[in-house]
Ligand binder design. Sequence first.
Ligand code: ZN
Ligand code: ZN
Length: 241
Amino acid sequence: MNYIRHKVSNFISKSNLHGNITLSGLVKAANRMNIMVKPYSSSKRMLLMLRLTKESNNVPALCVKDQDNIMIFYDDALSEDETIFAIAHEIGHIELGHNITFKHNDRQEKEANTFAHYLLTPSNNYKIANKTCVISLCICLIIIILLIAPWRKNNQPTSLSSKGLNNTDTSSETVESQSTFSEINNSDICYFTEKGEVYHLYRDCGYLKNSKTVISNTIAHCHKDRLCSACKKRHESELNK
Ligand SMILES: [Zn+2]
Ligand SMILES: [Zn+2]
């Protein structure tokens, strides 16, 4: 039994048979294994040439070897399910190395039936289904990560910017040094000079004393990355009062 199961999974991977097994899917898989599959209705001449006309009236499907070609003929008057089973049974004979003829002994018939059964019952596609499952799970995870990543990225600076950080600010040093300023907003007015590197919270800051032109604007518009250290200390001490 394990031997047949092994042959089935071998066939599935070699023929690239996947998903729900349909008649056309099974025929294509057989074709990939160089097995030609034809319905009786369109093979009457061929069956006559191979002297299989009489035989074809009695069995749902048969396999023959003509020179190097392996062919399966099937009764297309049957239902799709019956046809699929009949073809899978014939593939079983071929894959299990039985003589390629329509005459098989009872043991071979049983083995071919077992092969067809394993091939067609969903649990036998377990390996493939499993693979598909793992792949779709991975894709889902990637999508989730991709969806969450920008959200997290946006979320962190948002919480910081509400504490008074310039949105264009990327310096982690600045982020750290200013994270304590819970009451500074980007819309707050600040003071700065054109060439200065920092902005000030207080117009009377000592560092602005000697500057002739002091500009005032909102923090968001000052285009300075850092807050003056003196103003920072003063602001902190005022907060703690
Ligand atoms: Zn058979
Ligand atoms: Zn200052």
